[in-house]
Write a protein that binds this ligand. Structure first.
Ligand SMILES: *Cc1c(COP(=O)(O)O)cnc(C)c1O
Ligand SMILES: [Zn+2]
Length: 411
């Protein structure tokens, strides 16, 4: 561990683990998630914004605030520095002209999960962990499978029974050991937690170790840099476990400590599907934590997290930023996904599409203020979600495909 890391800090009881002692760490003795804290006062004097002009065009351009030692071996597949695209036609139609999409579907393995797992797997390699296990709704598992394959270490992935075919095939192709679990990601997480107790397994499920969050926070750094250090008024993020939104918020705090941005913050909006909306319910009830959501179901499978491990952290951020939590139906999600694709050519995952669907509710509420710039994270590629979108295009048999495409049979 280089001197850049000061210590790990429990975000529940604030206990500190000194930087020199950092090996592999899961969570605090009290059960709270650990955050990596850096010597930002020192880094601030040695690392300035102009240095980014010569930095790599991946998330590793922010290596000064990532835990892995860049001089040693890191595992990269080119994650990060995804484009921010203008949703010009859709934005104009719905009445939010300054609307932007950060397209995380461009990452390796097709989702933002690549960032966190690139960092966690690099840390595993640098601390000598050879066996990683994860509970996932799909995208985190396929990312783990790809990065561990590149690192030459073992991955054990636990997916719920209704996991997407694309992820299952991707995990198997990358050589991961796959277990399908009856139930939801919470049941998968319980299985992994049990296993992690029994031996030399490192649990890399959400907020069970501190390093995935570090990789994901580069989503926040990039937005500031790509918008020339002027943040949008509103950030909309599809929230499952809560890791993504918590990571973006941490990036904003660090950038302020580095003197890169001021104290102003975007209003953060968490979007969930009506079929699994524990955070929206907690927000509406004014609760500090969520209650497990009953019978969770949604086409936005990355958001099927009945009891988000980061719930209290997300709710704090929504309050601190004067933000909101919004629920949308699966029908609205698919409509919005097809609208974005047909109007602006961006084929989003249902999770990203959920944020597009949420916009009309923010307009009705008067939440969005005229002239404000809005940034949506499209966290995954629509190409991984053929099951979800095929409910709108039920073409599998060739006769159906003929009808859809208006096929002319050659003689
Ligand atoms: C995991 C995931 C999410 C949810 O992110 P969290 O960090 O778990 O809140 C959203 N979209 C996609 C595509 C995902 O894979
Ligand atoms: Zn603690």
């Amino acid at each position: 561990m280089t001197a850049k890391v000061a210590f790990l800090e429990c975000c529940a009881c604030r206990k500190r683990i000194p930087g020199g002692e950092i090996q592999s760490h899961n969570h605090c003795d009290c059960g709270g998630p650990l955050f990596v804290r850096y010597n930002l006062d020192t880094i601030r004097n040695t690392w300035r914004r102009p240095e980014l002009t010569t930095a790599p065009l991946t998330m590793w351009r922010y290596a000064q605030v990532l835990p892995a030692e860049i001089e040693k071996q890191i595992i990269t597949l080119g994650e990060g520095m995804t484009p921010i695209l203008g949703a010009v036609r859709l934005g104009r139609r719905i009445g939010i002209p300054d609307l932007w999409i950060k397209d995380e579907g461009r990452n390796p393995t097709g989702s933002s999960k690549a960032r966190g797992l690139a960092c966690a797997v690099s840390m595993a390699l640098q601390t000598g962990l050879m066996k990683l296990a994860i509970a996932s709704t799909g995208n985190a598992a396929s990312a783990l499978a790809a990065y561990t394959a590149a690192a030459g270490i073992e991955a054990h992935v636990f997916l719920p029974k209704d996991a997407r075919r694309a992820d299952i095939i991707e995990c198997k192709s990358c050589g991961a050991h796959l277990t399908i679990v009856e139930g939801s990601i919470d049941d998968c997480a319980a299985r992994v937690a049990e296993l992690a107790k029994t031996g030399n397994w490192q649990n890399v499920s959400t907020l069970q170790e501190p390093y995935r969050l570090e990789g994901e926070k580069t989503m926040g750094y990039e937005v500031a840099e790509q918008f020339h250090w002027k943040l949008p008024g509103v950030i909309v993020y599809p929230t499952g476990s809560g890791l993504g939104i918590v990571a973006i918020w941490k990036a904003l705090e660090e950038m302020e400590a580095l003197g890169w941005i001021g104290s102003e913050r975007p209003r953060m909006v968490a979007v969930q599907p009506e079929g699994c909306m524990p955070l929206v319910r907690a927000w509406q009830e004014g609760a500090r934590q969520s209650r497990p959501f009953e019978n969770p179901h949604t086409v936005a499978s990355g958001l099927r997290v009945p009891k988000p491990p980061g719930d209290f952290l997300v709710l704090d951020i929504l309050r601190a930023s004067d933000g909101a939590a919004v629920a949308v139906s699966d029908e609205e999600i698919l409509d919005a996904g097809i609208a974005l694709a047909s109007e602006d050519g961006i084929f989003a995952s249902p999770e990203g599409a959920a944020c597009v669907a949420a916009l009309s509710k923010l307009l009705v509420d008067g939440f969005w203020k005229a002239g404000e710039k809005v940034l949506i994270y499209n966290t995954g590629s629509g190409l991984k979600y053929s099951e979800a979108y095929s409910t709108r295009f039920p073409a599998t048999a060739s006769a159906e495909q003929d009808k859809l495409g208006g096929l002319i049979t050659p003689r």
